[in-house]
Design a binder for this molecule. Structure first.
Ligand SMILES: Nc1ncnc2c1ncn2[C@@H]1O[C@H](COP(=O)(O)OP(=O)(O)OP(=O)(O)O)[C@@H](O)[C@H]1O
Ligand SMILES: [Mg+2]
Length: 210
């Protein structure tokens, strides 16, 4: 059955012009990488861990990097976290060029802006849970109390344990508490982080200073 062209359509077309699209909220780039490369020289052999990586990560995003073992995930995180320098390309945190930063500026960046959960946790075995986290509160500007960070990851009952007296998951939670206690603007984590969602809504970063 074909439609009768003289038939009045039931829905009258809108006579007013469409209103302009509301402007999309501006997105703030936190990390930008352009042509990022990292080559490790091992004697005669070159390991190309990163080859021309481009990416933008915006404020408020929760990003998971997926890739086979050895594909360069930790290498990329180390560069974005100011722990390592690329062999080429540019990496920026907000408008700051991490590749041009001095060692002192990178130290300041790591200390004040970045929470890092290492793939192998890197807890200090001779310090208690509370002391491992207090190491950070002693050197940062706007930390929350160590006990508060440990409470957020559910470890209030383990403050005086040493790392060897904790389960693997509890050790990882100490590492998370140590990363969030400084109220970092970005949180980077290597390996499998199982508990990052726990109380994540309570993590209020300090106001960005950039
Ligand atoms: N310091 C280093 N010196 C030489 N080669 C390195 C160094 N660090 C990493 N590599 C090599 O660079 C490549 C990328 O390593 P990276 O640690 O970034 O991988 P990954 O994706 O994090 O792997 P995994 O999932 O196993 O943690 C690997 O082939 C690794 O052997
Ligand atoms: Mg890794």
């Amino acid at each position: 059955m074909s439609a009768d062209p003289t038939e009045t359509p039931i829905a009258r077309p809108l006579e007013c012009p469409p209103s302009p699209e509301p402007p999309a909220p501006a997105r703030t780039a936190v990390f930008t990488a352009q042509g990022l490369r990292k080559t490790y020289q091992m004697g005669e052999v070159q390991v190309h861990a990163l080859v021309d990586v481009d990416l933008v990560i915006y404020r408020g995003e929760f990003i998971v990097l997926l890739g086979p073992s050895g594909s360069g995930k930790s290498t990329l995180l180390n560069i974005l976290g100011g722990l390592d320098r690329p062999s080429g390309g540019v990496a920026r945190f907000a408008e700051h060029d991490l590749t041009a930063a001095t060692d002192a500026q990178l130290t300041q960046y790591r200390r004040e802006h970045v929470g890092f959960v290492f793939q192998f946790y890197n807890l200090i075995p001779s310090l208690t849970v509370r002391e491992n986290v207090e190491l950070v509160t002693d050197i940062t500007t706007h930390p929350m109390p160590a006990t508060e960070a440990l409470g957020l990851v559910g470890l209030s009952e383990r403050l005086d344990h040493f790392p060897s007296q904790l389960s693997g998951g509890e050790q990882q939670r100490v590492a998370i508490a140590r990363a969030i206690v400084k109220r970092p603007e970005v949180l980077l984590g290597g390996g499998r982080i199982q508990r990052i969602e726990h109380n994540a809504h309570k993590l209020r970063p300090a106001e960005p200073s950039w």
